[in-house]
Ligand binder design. Structure first.
Ligand code: ZN
Length: 365
């Protein structure tokens, strides 16, 4: 039945989310339609139909230990591990490896890239970032904006070994010029930050998103809400902060203490951001120390931090898709969907058990 050419006409019925209405859905030429397609094969009845999940912060091409993954099969496997968890689109938040070859494979998730991380010299995991002096930031941003898929990734803060603690990487005026340059190139900008001090410069320079954001304060949250700046908390990764603190304790006690404080407040920061109206999206930070395919853990963590279940689900599905410019289950949209056998809004644990999975109208799981 399956061929490598056009996908077959399919039919499903179930509760379509986020609307929550029971509907019949057909797929023709890889796209959704609500008009009956004669001869379509019924592949699912009675489930909950969720727009394909999104991992809004992960890395394809970074292997365990934080090394660039040159093995193409290993990079492909990372994308497949996301797909097995129902993730049909991922925002790659910086990769040292060119993974464009994956775009030729229609059964792999859509990858929306941020090019390569841009960091100040020796201020990120060795070998991963493009390292530039502040004077070179604007040009580097333009290059990465053209290389990515509408995003640029800055490293906003990192340990400064001289200070022995987290510290900002870029002067505020350079950030403003760099973010303006990205916007001129048609790209949005996001930045890794753990601490607080880098945040005012980034947010006031008009950045579009903050990654991790554990150092957000009430005032900064209010400013993000007013500006529409998003946050991707990566709570799965924040669970590693006590380990980072322990590893740095002997040489950098101030850093260790900062990381423990940030860990302790991380749930409250996410809740405050959500309650203030900051758009919050689900990202696992897989690639490096975290395995791919754990989006359900991040959604549960967002819920545990205080997002209502439906909002936590939206953060990994329909609202994340909308934020990234991807359609949901709507007439004419590419057929990317996951079927669950019970209502994930009622029990988020359901998310860990994706059923029938369609990507570009093809059955892939
Ligand atoms: Zn990351």
């Amino acid at each position: 039945m399956s061929t490598t050419s056009a996908p077959a006409a399919l039919h499903l019925s179930g509760v379509v989310l986020p609307q929550g209405e029971h509907r019949d859905v057909w797929i023709r030429d890889g796209r959704f339609t609500f008009e009956a397609v004669p001869g379509a094969e019924t592949v699912s009845r009675g489930g909950w139909l969720l727009p394909g999940l999104v991992d809004a912060h992960c890395h394809v091409g970074i292997g365990s230990g934080g090394r660039a993954l040159e093995d193409r099969d290993a990079a492909r496997q990372q994308a497949l591990d996301e797909r097995a968890a129902g993730v049909l689109a991922l925002r790659d938040c910086g990769s040292p490896v060119d993974t464009r070859f994956l775009d030729d494979e229609p059964d792999l998730p859509r990858i929306i890239r941020a090019g390569r991380h841009i960091a100040a010299p020796r201020r990120y995991i060795p070998g991963l970032a493009l390292e530039v002096e502040p004077a070179g930031l604007v040009d580097a941003v333009r290059v990465q904006a053209r290389r990515g898929d509408g995003w640029v990734k800055l490293v906003g803060d990192w340990i400064d070994r001289g200070q022995g603690d987290l510290a900002p990487e870029w002067p505020a005026e350079v950030l403003a010029a760099a973010i303006d340059a990205a916007h001129e190139e048609g790209a949005r900008v996001t930045a890794h930050t753990f601490g607080t001090d880098a945040l005012p410069g980034l947010i006031r320079a008009g950045i579009d998103c903050i990654e991790h954001g554990t150092g957000l304060t009430e005032d900064l949250v209010a400013e993000m809400a007013a500006r529409g700046t998003a946050v991707v908390p990566t709570l799965v990764n924040v669970e590693n902060f006590p380990g980072f603190a322990a590893a740095g304790e002997a040489r950098f006690p101030a850093y260790a203490s900062t990381m423990r404080r940030l860990y302790a407040q991380s749930g409250a920061v996410v809740r405050a951001a959500f309650e203030a109206g900051v758009p919050v999206f689900a990202g696992t930070d897989a690639g490096g120390g975290i395995e791919h395919g754990v989006i359900a853990d991040e959604v549960r963590a967002l819920h545990a931090a205080g997002l209502p279940a439906e909002a936590a689900l939206a953060a990994a599905s329909w609202s994340a898709r909308q934020w990234l410019g991807l359609a949901c289950i709507e007439e004419g949209a590419p057929a990317d969907l996951v079927v669950y056998d019970s209502d994930p809004r009622a029990d988020l644990d359901t998310l860990a058990r994706p059923g029938l999975t369609l990507l570009r109208g093809r059955v892939v799981g």
